[in-house]
Design a protein around this ligand. Structure first.
Ligand code: GAR
Length: 213
């Protein structure tokens, strides 16, 4: 399955996906890393690591639709079949999402449906939650909605700042996203309403957070 990873910045999740997909038995082939920012760190890393890259600069397109048409064309030129959004910070229109319906997934740094949007770690701290985490989900036109594929949880500690909590979540993202891509690319998942069924979307219950007594 020829897969593109879309990034806007450093691309650490993209690197985790690439590392896992190097396994010859992996069902996905990361054939392209694309960005709306031609100077994105993630693009440099991908190029240095021998992966095809494309910078589709959103700033030189007159409208969101024009930008997306250019991006869609680029994906077609590379014969892309599947998209992983990995820190891609542009909202996608229903037109683009519908072109890729069922073939586009995203990682979000919170346990959806809590904390859609930005600054998820600061908001989780402000709310005093004890468990936070990350989610991989299918992309639908509504932002940060769509059937959940997999989630991972982390504890929130007393001394946490948004930075320390974000780092703990990011470490889980790097495990969760490759796991989710394997589930999706391997087939066998099915979507019923807003649920993704057919595989376990969390790691063993032993890994879930249980506060010590
Ligand atoms: C990740 O934490 C990802 O979950 C988040 O941006 C970061 C990108 O880091 N995505 C979003 O907030 C999407 N709304 P990375 O470039 O190192 O993978």
């Amino acid at each position: 399955m020829r897969t593109a990873v879309l990034v806007s910045g450093r691309g650490s999740n993209m690197q985790a996906l690439v590392a896992d997909a190097r396994d010859p038995t992996h069902p996905a082939d990361i054939a392209l890393v694309a960005s709306n920012d031609p100077s994105a760190e993630g693009l440099k890393w991908a190029k240095q690591n021998g992966i095809a890259v494309a910078g589709v600069d959103h700033r030189i397109h007159a409208s969101r639709e024009d930008f997306e048409r250019a991006l869609h064309l680029t994906l077609g030129l590379h014969r892309i079949e599947f998209i992983c959004l990995a820190g891609f910070m542009r909202l996608l229109t229903p037109w683009f999402v519908n072109q890729w319906s069922g073939r586009i997934i995203n990682i979000h740094p919170a346990l959806l449906p809590s904390y859609r949007g930005l600054q998820t770690h600061a908001r989780a701290l402000a709310d005093g939650v004890k468990i936070h985490g990350c989610t991989v989900h299918y992309v639908v036109p509504a932002m940060d909605e769509g059937p959940i594929i997999a989630q991972a949880a982390v504890p929130v500690l007393d001394a946490d700042t948004p930075t320390t909590l974000g780092a703990r979540v990011l470490a889980q993202e790097h495990l969760l996203y490759p796991h989710a891509l394997r589930l999706v690319a391997g087939g066998g998942l099915r979507i019923e309403g807003n649920r993704t069924l057919g595989a376990r979307g969390a790691r063993d219950t032993d890994d879930l957070v249980v506060p010590p007594l």
